[in-house]
Design a protein around this ligand. Sequence first.
Ligand code: ATP
Ligand code: MG
Length: 357
Amino acid sequence: MASVTVNGLVKRYGHLEVLKDITLDVRDGEFVALVGPSGCGKSTLLRILAGLDASSEGRIAIGGRDVGHVHPKDRDIAMVFQSYALYPHMTVAENLGFALKLAGVSKEVISQKVSRAAEILHLETLLARYPRELSGGQRQRVAMGRAIVRDPKVFLFDEPLSNLDAKLRVVMRAEIKELQQRLKATAVYVTHDQIEAMTMADRIVVMNGGKIEQFATPLELYDRPANIFVASFIGSPQMNLVAASISSDGLKISTTHMLPPNKHAHQVSEGDYVVGIRPEDITLSDTQGIPVRVTVVEPTGSHTMVHGRTETGDLMLASLPGRVDVRPGEQRCFAIDFAKVHLFHADSGSAVSPLAA
Ligand SMILES: Nc1ncnc2c1ncn2[C@@H]1O[C@H](COP(=O)(O)OP(=O)(O)OP(=O)(O)O)[C@@H](O)[C@H]1O
Ligand SMILES: [Mg+2]
């Protein structure tokens, strides 16, 4: 197994810089997820790690070895893509063994490795079938099996589950995680789905516009987002972000709601801020908190989502446990647990240390 170290990586297409000074350290056996909006450079970074694309600047080491001039097939890396493109005219067993056959591996060894991969992925009974005779999840398992037979040091995944339906995705993400732990493999996993990233990864890289916004454990990202981008990207439903200002009177949220100055455990200079409040950190009150007019109520069974509009027109969402007696049109207050309020500089978007430290 191996660590992956990326140092000062830059990728340009003509004048367009799609990766800007990426520095990253994935530990041996670690599962790291790459998340970020479409076009932020996730696949580009992965392809450069695999050696399928060249970087413009910077260095990459796998297992401590600089791989700048190492051919993709000699990097001990296996990549699993979103479109798994199995060979339609080959059986599952042939698909699994094909790369080894090309590499001139003996029939006996291929057969051993294919059996082992089939066992790991519960494909034993499907080895004689053709891809068209498999379900989406089974095909995805075969694609994973093709990676496993090569005994790679590092697995690279580019949205491997995005073609599957929601239910199967949940099953497969647990399987991939279990597999990675069993093989003690290092994994870099690209996904659009922040829940997938949160549940699978040891650490998550949040990318935006070719840069790393934050690299931290799932709960660090959730509890201490470094900036507004990360705060709004991680967490579902999304964190409420409301304009606020600090004066000698205290913190004013949405122009009406005051949080007295003694609530700030540390000194924050006067000025404009953005307050971040997670929907699950809000409770409903008749008198305390930010006054809202309820616009939409969504019962999900376990929770009730209550949308409200503040007096200044900001939309806010509260996620309340259980069932709540509230109707659209009613005037209520969203009470805030001050200890859980996030504060960001309005100009830079970067986080001020937690309000109630
Ligand atoms: N061969 C290329 N030539 C020019 N620009 C490219 C090329 N490949 C990618 N890009 C650009 O690089 C940027 C990053 O693309 P990339 O595929 O890495 O994004 P991504 O984060 O994987 O997005 P998605 O989530 O949509 O898959 C995009 O703006 C894309 O248009
Ligand atoms: Mg991509």
